[in-house]
Design a protein around this ligand. Structure first.
Ligand code: SF4
Ligand code: SF4
Length: 116
């Protein structure tokens, strides 16, 4: 969970003092963000402060440091977790409503391979 500075940075120096984690520093050519220090300002501010002040909008999410993706299921199946589905499948139950056909095939293969 970190942001990065692209080469569109104009070295205006505005973002560096705004960072609550001292994650921004001047690199060899442009400013950079230490991905191990950047928390996207979580715990300090509602919005990333560097993004708020950057005049050229050159601070996107660092794709190498995305740690969590939330995949929200439909309302109907919010109570279902992967553990439930696996357990039901292991006990021979029908989970075809909860998973895609390809996942269903793999689950069936796995159940078969664990049968005595
Ligand atoms: S998002 Fe926040 S913590 Fe990360 S570099 Fe910008 S100001 Fe610093
Ligand atoms: S505010 Fe934007 S343009 Fe200015 S130094 Fe920071 S990243 Fe570069």
């Amino acid at each position: 969970m970190a942001l990065m500075i692209t080469d569109e940075c104009i070295n205006c120096d505005v973002c560096e003092p705004e960072c609550p984690n001292e994650a921004i520093f001047l690199g060899p050519e442009i400013y950079q963000i230490d991905p191990h220090k950047c928390t996207e300002c979580v715990g300090h501010f509602d919005e990333p402060q560097c993004v708020q002040v950057c005049p050229v909008a050159c601070i996107p999410v660092n794709p190498a440091f995305v740690e969590t993706l939330f995949l929200t299921p439909s309302d109907q199946y919010q109570f279902v977790s992967g553990t439930f589905v696996r357990e039901i499948a292991t006990l021979g139950g029908d989970v075809s409503k909860f998973v895609s056909p390809s996942v269903l095939d793999r689950l069936r293969d796995r159940v078969k391979s664990t049968e005595p």
